[in-house]
Design a binder for this molecule. Structure first.
Ligand code: GLU
Length: 436
């Protein structure tokens, strides 16, 4: 696929989504390549490696609705359960015009790795509908969400597969999914989705959790490299639920966020951007376009800004080999899923840029999803401090374990995370054995 201009990339925020595809034509091919890199480290478990290259269950659904003007429209939706070896499927639902089966397969695979790398008792799954939510009315979007939930209802459930928000979906989407599943079942099943509104069994801290995890892992990596966060230069692509919150936490820690980008604007202010003001602008205007506190720059220049932390927090495939060759960051911290292609990964390694991989850096969201699911099962809810403390502990422990494996084998943090995760998944696979 030809490379597309970056300013059209989308962010993890409902509304204003771009029409253009991620820059990697085949995210699944990237996933397979990442798995192959782990082969030499699997020992006897290598026998089972093909398991990871074959999603366990793939459902393609037709989602028809009557539009407000009386016509009938059809959308294509997916739910892929990549692995259920370690527990129920877990992973978000994406509403985006560029969603494909190939992409959802890769995203489901990354969820398997992420959940296992952090030690959550889940397999990996992902879903999506190829749609631009901005092109339909609120009522139409609700009908699409309900029909999609009914269609995938045959394979999801609190003990089978638990969806959550992703790009283009949010807590309200989850409320509608929870209600639809519950209506079909004749009882209220709060644990069928996570990332719900608090009033419906959602968890405190869930909304911020992904951005918080990005900040925690960035801070831990910087500690090892002796890069102080205070005064650091930070560049963030994507200014929604992941990038926006990570930027805020960097700002609060005394870092200087010098450049930010969303689908509508790419902005630079060398003195440091007033992040609370930028967030307020987005809340009021829907995007960074017209934000007066920074000046527009070219997206290709954005990737090459000298900085300590570069945080891609939009879509997969953004950090291509061409862009990686010009990156002047000490650390790349992946808020998005799959933002760095395997070729770019190698270039960054050769150039001494450390990458904190998605399967670790953005695992805070699914970690608090896990807390939400546990709270729903027990109908006993925790305080925000309890949630943030537990999140911090899980992220720091996972970071340290991955760091140790990276040192032991002299591999990247990504390969180290994959080594830990693949061992856990394939050990479960081997111990369960094959049926029949
Ligand atoms: N969509 C998020 C992710 O990519 C969260 C998934 C979840 O909470 O299940 O990690």
């Amino acid at each position: 696929m030809a490379s597309t201009p970056m300013r059209d990339s989308a962010d993890a925020r409902v509304g204003g989504l771009s029409y253009l595809a991620p820059q990697t034509a085949e995210p699944w091919a990237s996933f397979i390549e990442q798995i192959e890199r782990v082969r030499p480290y699997l020992g006897p478990l290598e026998r089972w490696i093909e398991t990871l290259k074959h999603p366990k269950r793939t459902l393609i659904v037709d989602v028809p609705i009557v539009r407000d003007d009386g016509t009938v429209a059809h959308y294509e939706g997916y739910r892929v359960q990549h692995s259920l070896s370690r527990g129920p499927g877990k992973g978000g639902i994406r509403f985006h015009p560029a969603v494909t089966l190939n992409e959802v397969m890769a995203l489901a695979g990354w969820m398997t790795i992420k959940n296992a790398a952090v030690g959550l008792p889940f397999g990996g799954a992902k879903g999506g509908i190829r749609i631009d939510p901005a092109t339909v009315s609120k009522g139409e979007l609700q009908r699409i969400t309900r029909r999609f939930t009914s269609e995938i209802g045959v394979i999801i459930g609190p003990d089978r597969d638990i969806p959550a928000p992703d790009v283009g979906t949010n807590a309200l989407t989850m409320a509608v999914m929870m209600d639809t599943f519950s209506m079909n079942r004749g009882g209220t099943a709060t644990g069928v989705v996570t990332g719900k509104p608090i009033a419906l069994g959602g968890s405190l801290g869930r909304h911020e959790a992904t951005g918080r995890g990005v900040f925690i892992t960035a801070r831990e990596a910087a500690r090892h490299l002796h890069v102080p966060v205070e005064g650091a230069r930070v560049v963030v692509q994507g200014f929604g639920n992941v990038g926006g919150i990570a930027a805020r936490l960097f700002h609060e820690a005394g870092a200087r966020v010098i450049a930010i980008a969303d689908h509508a604007a790419t902005l630079l202010n060398e003195v440091g951007i007033d992040i609370p003001a930028a967030l307020a602008h987005v809340a009021a205007e829907g995007s960074l376009a017209g934000f007066p506190g920074a000046a527009p720059i070219d997206i290709e220049d954005f990737w090459q800004l000298p900085c300590d932390f570069l945080v891609p927090a939009a879509l997969e495939g953004q950090l291509t080999a061409e862009r990686a060759a010009g990156v002047r960051a000490r650390l790349v911290v992946e808020g998005a899923n799959g933002p760095t292609t395997p070729a770019a990964d190698d270039i960054l390694r050769d150039r001494g840029v450390m990458v904190v991989p998605d399967v670790l850096a953005n695992a805070g969201g699914v970690t608090v999803s896990y807390f939400e699911w546990v709270q729903d099962f027990s109908s006993f809810f925790w305080t925000e401090d309890e949630i943030n403390d537990r999140l911090e502990r899980i992220m720091v422990n996972a970071f340290n374990a991955i760091w140790r494996v990276a040192e032991e084998h002299q591999v990247s943090l990504r390969t180290a995370a994959f080594i830990i995760a693949c061992h856990r998944v394939l050990e479960a696979r081997a111990e369960r054995g094959l049926y029949p």
